[in-house]
Design a protein around this ligand. Structure first.
Ligand SMILES: Nc1nc2c(ncn2[C@@H]2O[C@H](COP(=O)(O)OP(=O)(O)OP(=O)(O)O)[C@@H](O)[C@H]2O)c(=O)[nH]1
Ligand SMILES: [Mg+2]
Length: 331
């Protein structure tokens, strides 16, 4: 029986063949298995792919190699908060200063390069939403720590930190070259239909810092000289208003909504919202709270949403908006 493989499958296979690391090969194999037509003609191929995948995964397990000691990946930062932003920048660009100013993390700030050697996470807040910022070691044109790509790969968002007071264009080129070479950067030049892009690329924006030391208009010149269609934001470490705008921009770029839950006959809990990706529905909210709740969901009532009367019944496919209050009813 013919396999009748689809263009999506061939795309994923092409990605597998061009993958640079075993982690990326795992992702590509998973994608091949996801898109492969499922019928008798592909039975053997699917079995082969599954075998290849489990072998590869086993080889990536900590301590997989004989005699090797347990390996902890310091570049993998566990997720916390409603979203994760990883910073990238050349030495001394001001990455640690941003994390020190916006979070409670203990990071080292110093007037010499290569101060930071491992990623350090900290939680910043946009209003009542906790967002994880990750300080990282610097990269240069010739060097980045070997595992650093993992920090970016698992983040939701990448922030390129540019020191506006020294060679901003050169810093920008170093960071963009690194991100593009690892297929990490989502911008107008990336093909959103490419499975490698879908799995590897992260929304990227630019944080121009040390604005207090640079001449006015430096960021604008940088925007005009660079070929990337990215959001740029200007800050300086002593400008609290600009730093608050940075956290607000990160919240925007994460594209999430916060939902306050309410029990029947009780006021809503306005202190600790659930956060879901924009476009999520009432059903997704119930599922997020607990898989079984989604199955038992009967109706819901909504407050504080555009086009809805406060207390109106909404269906499970109702799309949630930021700051909406939802009361779930189960059967
Ligand atoms: N004037 C001014 N100085 C800043 C600003 N941001 C950072 N600095 C200074 O720049 C120097 C480097 O800052 P860091 O935050 O350590 O830079 P980094 O990017 O973490 O450096 P590495 O860890 O080596 O990559 C320190 O002396 C900071 O005080 C700013 O907005 N304005
Ligand atoms: Mg640092």
């Amino acid at each position: 029986m013919p396999a009748n493989l689809t263009p999506d499958y061939f795309k994923a296979e092409k990605w597998f063949k061009s993958a640079a690391t075993d982690d990326e090969r795992v992702l590509a194999l998973e994608e091949m298995l996801r898109v492969i037509p499922k019928h008798k003609g592909t039975d053997h191929l699917r079995a082969d792919l599954r075998k290849k995948l489990s072998k590869l995964k086993a080889s990536l397990e900590p301590g997989a190699k004989k005699g090797s000691s347990k390996h902890v990946d310091v570049f993998h930062v566990p997720r916390s908060g409603a979203g994760q932003l990883a910073l990238i920048g050349t030495p001394n660009s001001g990455k640690s200063s941003i994390v020190a100013s916006l979070t409670n993390a203990h990071v080292h700030v110093a007037d010499y390069p290569f101060t930071t050697t491992v990623p350090v996470p900290g939680i910043a807040k946009h209003e009542d939403v906790p967002i994880e910022f990750i300080d990282t070691p610097p990269i240069t044109a010739d060097y980045a720590a070997p595992g650093q790509v993992n920090t970016y790969r698992s983040a939701d968002l990448i922030g390129i930190v540019i020191d506006l007071s020294t060679d901003p264009l050169e810093q920008m080129e170093i960071c963009v070259t690194y991100l593009r070479s690892h297929r990490l950067m989502l911008d107008n030049s990336t093909d959103a239909n490419d499975p490698a892009v879908i799995h590897l690329a992260r929304k990227t924006f630019v944080i121009c810092t040390k604005a207090d030391l640079a001449s006015a208009g430096t960021m604008q010149t940088l925007i005009e000289l660079t070929d990337c269609d990215l959001v740029f934001i200007q800050v300086s470490i002593n400008d609290l208003q600009a730093l608050a705008m940075l956290t607000a921009k990160v919240f925007d770029l994460l594209d999430i909504v916060r939902i306050y839950s309410k029990k029947p006959h009780e006021p809503a809990d306005m202190t600790d919202p659930f956060t879901l990706s924009a476009g999520s529905t009432v059903h997704d909210l119930a599922f997020h709270i607990h898989r079984e709740l989604a199955e038992k969901l009967h109706t819901a009532r909504s407050w504080n949403a555009p086009g809805i009367h406060d207390g109106q019944n909404v269906r499970s496919d109702h799309v949630l908006s930021d700051k909406e209050i939802i009361e779930l009813h189960f059967s």
